[in-house]
Ligand binder design. Structure first.
Ligand code: SF4
Length: 396
């Protein structure tokens, strides 16, 4: 996997003040991927050190008043050309910088105030369709004992739990909000394991309950709240789905977005909502672009065939009619399943970073689909699924 990284984050003394801003988490990531080191400002020929620069009214000025918009544009173009020569799927750029900032930049008053905006170079990369994040995202997504990665497994995918070096086990019946009388459907088990996979701290939930079993949206999201309570910031949702013919094929997929067709929302049913800052949760980037890029890069590096597409969550438990399949195809849906959407809503409400991985075990609407055939297909892809998840954990 090749990643563009701001040179100052890697310890190069290229900032306006002659210093660097090395980030340990980015340095660690850089050791595991192929790095394209970028610094648009030095690429443009601007001296180091120099007065600081900030954006104002679409232009860039040094604090001494000099307009350096043209220099910033030239540096961004030269750095973009370097990235095009060595294509990347991800860029990790220095936060808030007028060149590299993502989402927030200094507002041109040199008072430390921030405004919504993109650095000149970051904007060019985003326009190329490259996932652009700051070092803050890499830091937040870095697993630790305090912040293990939660992994929620779906039908037939629970074997991943056997890879965990266990530290302790948690009976789902001891999880707040999880229905004590719930029994797992075939292919699921109801005991979470806290431990490590390849030395990465994880909490694996090897089974879930579903709306179609009569549980509430609050109950089906109890595991997500539990993971958050344990300190998890990243959460991987794995689910079995049907591939919508014409939009996706049977096999592994990375979820890019979701459509909640269950008619239910956990935030409308959850007592804890009043403790959340706002019930109006931003569902842009429901699935973390950073984690998706990592998963894509791992799949490509390992030669695992993985498609990408939108997931539609339905109530179930019956499979789709031909008319419903046609409607899903027209909606741009690639995968349809009976879980995950409510969990992702809850994860986003709690500020967690979600990655959705699916095993499309059959074509949606195909005749004679049985739960057993879903489990058999899951078995066929078990090894690739395991390699994909382990590869993602290794890079985080
Ligand atoms: S933020 Fe970007 S342009 Fe500024 S010093 Fe770092 S790499 Fe160079």
């Amino acid at each position: 996997m090749r990643v563009a990284v701001s040179a100052c984050l890697l310890g190069a003394p290229v900032r306006y003040d002659g210093g660097a801003k090395p980030c340990p988490e980015v340095l660690e990531l850089a050791e595991k991927v192929e790095v394209v080191r970028v610094c648009p400002e030095t690429a443009s020929g601007l001296p180091v050190p120099r007065p600081p620069a900030e954006q104002r009214d679409g232009r860039v000025f040094l604090s001494d008043g000099r307009d350096v918009t043209a220099e910033f544009a030239r540096g961004a173009d030269l750095s973009l050309a370097a990235v095009r020569r060595s294509p990347v799927s991800l860029a990790v750029l220095k936060a808030k910088s007028p060149s590299c900032g993502v989402g927030l930049v200094y507002d041109g008053t040199y008072t430390g105030r921030l405004v919504a905006g993109q650095g000149v170079f970051a904007e060019r990369l985003a326009r190329e369709g490259i996932c652009v994040v700051t070092e803050d995202i890499v830091r937040e997504c870095k697993p630790s004992v305090e912040h293990p990665v939660a992994i929620v497994l779906g039908s037939g995918l629970g074997h991943l739990g056997s890879l965990v070096r266990p530290v302790r086990r948690i009976d789902y019946r001891d999880i707040d909000g999880f229905p004590v009388t719930a029994r797992p459907v075939p292919g699921h088990s109801f005991e979470a394991t806290v431990g490590t996979i390849d030395d990465v701290p994880v909490v694996v939930y090897p089974g879930r309950i579903h709306l179609y079993q009569g549980y509430s949206a609050a109950e089906v999201t109890a595991l997500v709240r539990h993971a958050h309570h344990l300190g998890c910031r990243d959460i991987v949702f794995a689910c079995a789905t049907g591939a919508v013919p014409g939009n996706a094929g049977v096999g592994l997929g990375i979820l890019t977005d979701q459509i909640n067709l269950t008619g239910r929302n956990p935030l409308a049913e959850w007592d804890g909502l009043r403790d959340v800052e706002s019930p109006f949760v931003d569902m842009n980037d429901a699935f973390s672009p950073y984690l998706r890029s990592i998963a894509r890069g791992v799949a490509d590096d390992l030669g695992i065939h993985v498609e990408e597409g939108v997931y539609a969550g339905v109530l179930g438990p019956c499979f789709e009619t031909p008319a419903e399949v046609a409607a899903l195809r027209a909606l741009g849906v690639s995968y349809v399943g009976m879980s995950t959407v409510c969990e992702v809503v809850m994860a986003r409400a709690l500020g967690m970073h979600a990655l959705g991985l699916t095993l499309a075990a059959n074509e949606s609407g195909a005749p004679a689909v049985s739960h057993e055939s879903v489990l058999a297909e899951a078995e066929r892809h078990a090894e690739d699924f395991e390699r994909l998840v382990r590869g993602v954990l290794r890079l985080l």
